[in-house]
Design a protein around this ligand. Structure first.
Ligand code: NAP
Length: 255
């Protein structure tokens, strides 16, 4: 019998995997046995080398997730290269920081479109493909990369908080609709991770110190800290897990 955390024979599609958390998740999927397609704007040269070093197959798909235009093509290119797709990780995301009193419509729309609207329509296209492929039991796994701001308010990031709180809700409604069809829909809420997304916070000495003082683990998360949770939610080990947003936060939310 296959190990419950094995992804042997599976195909994972990860968005925004040229760097940061997406790259770490793509590599963790490959280490667990999956072939990996990554979709995004930038050429994922480093991710390709890391995935291929595990012996798994790799596909790069050019896509700008600022609008829904590429979503069907991304699914089609994955299926045309690998014959199917089993796992979708909605990782690509952006953040804009400004006082809410001055926040612009452009910063609202850009974040909501990338972090929520495009995620919904890519997920819809993925689910249609999974239902077309058919099969028994758990036949598709969706993992949304949410945030602590799916639970908390944050500060100076109104569209980001709205998008990530919305993403936790979307995770639940899609689980409600699709659990009986064999599709698992869950999310991961990373705490404070050392990536481009949080560079401004780490460069602000006061914010950096106050963030570190609140994390029970006493350190920023490293991208590799996310891999285990992603493999769990992609594997048969989580077949009866539905609609959760799993914090991986060094204990932040426990404080
Ligand atoms: P990152 O290093 O900035 O990576 C973001 C990824 O999203 C990059 O691959 C980026 O590609 C891609 N992306 C952004 N806009 C895109 C677009 N229009 N089309 C295609 N790809 C696009 O940040 P990260 O920290 O790894 O973030 C990954 C996810 O984790 C995001 O959803 C973020 O909100 C979430 N998250 C991060 C933290 C943290 O502490 N770091 C905490 C909670 C949640 P390009 O390089 O081409 O822009």
């Amino acid at each position: 019998m296959a190990h419950p955390f094995s992804l042997e024979g599976k195909v994972a599609l990860v968005t925004g995997a040229n760097t940061g958390l997406g790259q770490a998740v793509a590599v963790a999927m490959a280490q667990a046995g999956a072939d990996v397609a990554v979709a995004g704007r930038s050429t994922p040269t480093e991710t390709q080398a890391l995935v291929e070093a595990t012996g798994r197959k790799f596909l790069s798909i050019q896509a700008d997730f600022g609008a829904i235009e590429p979503v069907q093509r991304v699914i089609d290119e994955t299926v045309s290269a690998f014959g199917k797709v089993d796992i979708l990780v909605n990782n690509a995301g952006i953040i804009r920081r400004a006082d809410s009193i001055d926040f612009s419509e452009a910063d609202w729309d850009a974040v909501m479109d990338t972090n929520l609207k495009v995620v919904f329509f890519l997920t819809q296209a993925f689910a249609k493909q999974i239902l077309k492929q058919g099969g028994e039991g758990s036949i598709g796994k969706i993992i949304n990369i949410a945030s602590l701001l799916s639970f908390q308010g944050g500060i100076r990031v109104p569209s980001y908080t709205a998008s990530k709180s919305g993403l936790a809700g979307l995770t639940k409604i899609l689980a409600n609709e699709w659990a009986a069809k064999g599709i698992n829909v869950n999310a991961i809420a990373p705490g404070y991770f050392d990536t481009n997304n949080t560079e401004a916070l780490r460069n602000d000495a006061d914010r950096n110190a106050s963030i570190l003082a609140r994390i029970p683990a006493g350190r920023w998360g490293q991208p590799g800290d996310l891999g285990g949770a992603a493999v769990f939610l992609a594997s048969s080990a989580s077949d009866y897990v539905q609609g959760i947003t799993l914090p991986v936060d060094g204990g932040w939310l426990a404080r």
